[in-house]
Design a binder for this molecule. Structure first.
Ligand SMILES: Cc1cc2nc3c(=O)[nH]c(=O)nc-3n(C[C@H](O)[C@H](O)[C@H](O)COP(=O)(O)O)c2cc1C
Length: 321
């Protein structure tokens, strides 16, 4: 069991926020395979303030979509407070603050991982969030801005603000996605903090999830890229952690059935045009490892309708009986 403030999770494997991806259909697919807490993609506090149609779309959820985390990106208490005001009309369970995003368009604006250079400012923003909401507030950080890695000091300072848990991606902003995950530093952070520490980085297979738990002692892990076209990873991690058993990879029939369900959810949620467009990248992810699927993957970019997509899923089944 993991406790994030007043939120108790029975599953220590969390669906990470993924910009452009973590909409309701994606969360649903992964929840069915065992993800418990799932996040919306990051939303800026400023966007919450203005609540455009696009932002409202990102916030769209349903009663079965719980427990649900919202992650916000901000650099300014003014927008945090206004954004929190708008969130009063939404149902969710926990609020994460993003000090991890390494993208230049975000960091050049003083947000995301850029706040790791300004721990005092980061902590004042966390305090502002904690005072402004009744939900448990968490922080997501990277190991640091650059190789100087001030990880422990930043993590301890953030924990002192009263956050309920710390998410930590085991790379610096400078590393992006290069190099291996630094399990040793995550382990030090876990040892130093009393609040739950949740490990992120390269949870791409059940074995790598186990490695994160074993080498760092973290309370939970988040699955990000590892769940793209691979919701089975939640079932596989659970089986390996609970029973030490490896589950065989899904057969083609299970993959194609999952693809159809995912497509239908996307079409129902977004309408046919947008649903089909959003499914295209999932088609590529679901068919990774299928050797005969290469020509099908090139066709997917030209597909416009639900029926054409279903045909292309059928073709996968024919090529890989
Ligand atoms: C396409 C993409 C979008 C992402 N969007 C977010 C986001 O909105 N918020 C966030 O905190 N992290 C985001 N991340 C980072 C992941 O949540 C995760 O921390 C990172 O990918 C490391 O985990 P992994 O190696 O298991 O993928 C994103 C990553 C990718 C690849």
């Amino acid at each position: 069991m993991v406790k994030i403030g007043n939120l108790t999770l029975s599953t220590p494997v969390i669906l990470a926020p993924l910009a452009g991806i973590s909409a309701y259909p994606y969360r649903t697919i992964n929840r069915k395979m065992g993800a418990e807490l799932a996040y919306l993609e990051m939303i800026s506090a400023r966007a919450l303030t203005y609540l455009s149609r696009e932002t409202q779309e990102r916030l769209r959820t349903y009663p079965n979509d719980r427990p649900l985390g919202i992650q916000i990106l901000a650099k300014d208490p003014y927008y945090i407070l206004r954004g929190l005001g708008q969130l009063k009309n939404y149902e969710f369970d926990t609020l994460d603050f993003n000090a991890a995003c390494p993208q230049k368009k975000i960091t050049s604006n003083g947000k995301g991982a850029a706040l790791l250079k300004e721990p005092k400012k980061l902590n004042s923003l966390l305090k502002c969030l904690i005072e402004g909401t009744t939900k448990p507030v968490t922080l997501k950080m990277r190991l640091g801005w650059d190789n100087s890695k001030d990880t422990l000091r930043i993590a301890k300072g953030a924990a002192d603000t009263g956050i309920s848990a710390l998410y930590i991606h085991g790379r610096t902003r400078q590393q992006g996605y290069r190099d291996g995950v630094d399990y040793g530093t995550i382990a030090k952070v876990k040892k130093a903090l009393k609040i739950p520490v949740i490990g992120s980085g390269d949870i791409l297979t059940a074995e790598l999830a186990k490695k994160m738990f074993d080498q760092t002692g973290v309370d939970a892990v988040t699955v990000a890229r590892g769940a793209l076209g691979n919701p089975w990873i939640f079932r596989e991690i659970s089986e390996l952690m609970k029973n030490g058993r490896e589950i065989p990879r899904p057969k083609t029939s299970e993959v194609t059935s999952q693809m159809r369900k995912h497509l239908e959810l996307l079409v129902t949620h977004f309408g046919e045009k947008t649903g089909v467009i959003r499914f295209r990248k999932f088609y590529i992810w679901y068919t990774r490892g299928f050797k005969q699927a290469k020509p099908l993957r090139t066709q997917i970019s030209g597909i416009r309708t639900r029926l054409q997509t279903l045909d292309l899923i059928k073709s996968l089944a024919k090529k890989h009986p």
